[in-house]
Design a protein around this ligand. Structure first.
Ligand SMILES: [Zn+2]
Length: 345
């Protein structure tokens, strides 16, 4: 495959900042120059056509268990804020030292320009709003610093909502919805035009946001519950609600959320991933299907490997019957449309 035939991918979710955080500011060079660890660095992103995406700031739970169906406790707010600032500094250090190769994008126009110029388009995203207290002060300040997307919860309770625990097989209808502080958070995100990410919400929280929010509904890295009955996946009714608001679903590459047996087995063919894309496209339309790799955050199919393997996924989608127009929508156009609508022009 030649360089020019690579379709640029703008991706809804990666955890590269969490991986790099362990190496501190020294890892900035590892990201820019390339390394063998993990799924994303700049050279591998370029090889695979990964043009950018939502770079999550996620704070692991204290003493986070290593099993897949554990219950997790949220970090304390001051600790989460400190850690969020450290990870945001890492993102800005990558941008500053990249000599123009990486840009922290604050608008859809930024993303379009970066994609066309071959500059990695990073979006400052928070997965689980533990850094923000109920007074929301930190939300307003982080927005000024470039925060453009936020998931109220990861899969654990916090002051805003409950989060869907990891369960298989289980529907996402586990626990109550938004707290009063959570409703304030959604209103503030609408006011600031911060994208609200529904991945990791439980079902009641999803419907509470659907009722309250004036933005397109977005699940940045989730799959179809009909094909993989994991609590993190979306029921048909949830998919329909996303379609009805003009939103999107980013297909998660994590084998836990793809397979019908819920086993963390990297020996999972790419066709299983393609099946989720095809199912969601068939049910709610190609305009609402995108990618949300979860690179550096979970176990992905071994045949994909890392970001440099994205052309294999594009080939598998093409082999299924998606034409170039559909592939461009899935790969980046749907994300840019929804972000533009959410953020304003
Ligand atoms: Zn996640």
């Amino acid at each position: 495959m030649t360089e020019s035939s690579i379709i640029p991918v703008f991706d809804g979710h990666n955890d590269v900042l969490l991986r790099l955080r362990r190496g501190g500011l020294n890892s900035v060079n590892a990201f820019l120059n390339g390394e063998s660890a993990g799924h994303i660095d700049l050279p591998r992103a370029r090889r695979g056509g990964l043009a950018g995406g939502l770079c999550a700031i996620f704070i692991p739970s204290p003493d986070q268990p290593r099993t897949d169906n554990a219950d997790f406790a949220a970090p304390a707010q001051p600790d989460a804020l400190n850690e969020t600032l450290a990870m945001a500094r890492l993102l800005f250090a990558i941008e500053a030292r990249s000599e123009g190769a990486v840009k922290v994008c604050r608008s859809a126009a930024d993303i379009r320009r970066s994609i066309s110029e071959g500059q990695f388009a990073a979006v400052f995203h928070i997965e689980g709003a533990e850094a923000v207290a109920a007074d929301l002060d930190a939300l307003y300040v982080l927005h000024q610093a470039g925060l453009r997307s936020l998931g109220p919860v990861w899969s654990r309770p916090n002051v805003f909502a409950y989060g869907v625990p990891f369960r298989f097989p289980s529907p996402p209808d586990i626990g109550p919805g938004l707290t009063d502080a959570g409703k304030d958070l959604i209103r503030a995100c609408n006011e600031l035009r911060i994208m609200i990410d529904l991945s990791h919400m439980n079902e009641q929280g999803f419907w509470d946001i659907a009722k309250l929010s004036n933005a397109p509904l977005v699940a940045s890295h989730s799959n179809a519950y009909a094909l993989s009955p994991h609590s993190r996946n979306l029921t048909d009714r949830q998919l329909d609600a996303i379609r009805d608001t003009g939103g999107l679903v980013g297909i998660n590459f994590g084998v836990l959320f793809l397979r019908d047996d819920g086993v963390r087995n990297a020996d999972t063919p790419l066709e299983v991933l393609v099946r989720h894309a095809a199912y969601i496209a068939e049910r709610i339309g190609i305009e609402h299907v995108a990618l949300g790799s979860d690179f550096d955050g979970t176990t992905i199919p071994a045949s994909l490997g890392d970001a440099s393997g994205l052309p294999k996924l594009i080939d598998a989608l093409r082999a299924h019957g998606f034409d170039d127009e559909a592939l461009a929508k899935i790969a980046h156009q749907n994300w840019v449309r929804v972000l533009e609508q959410t953020w304003g022009g």
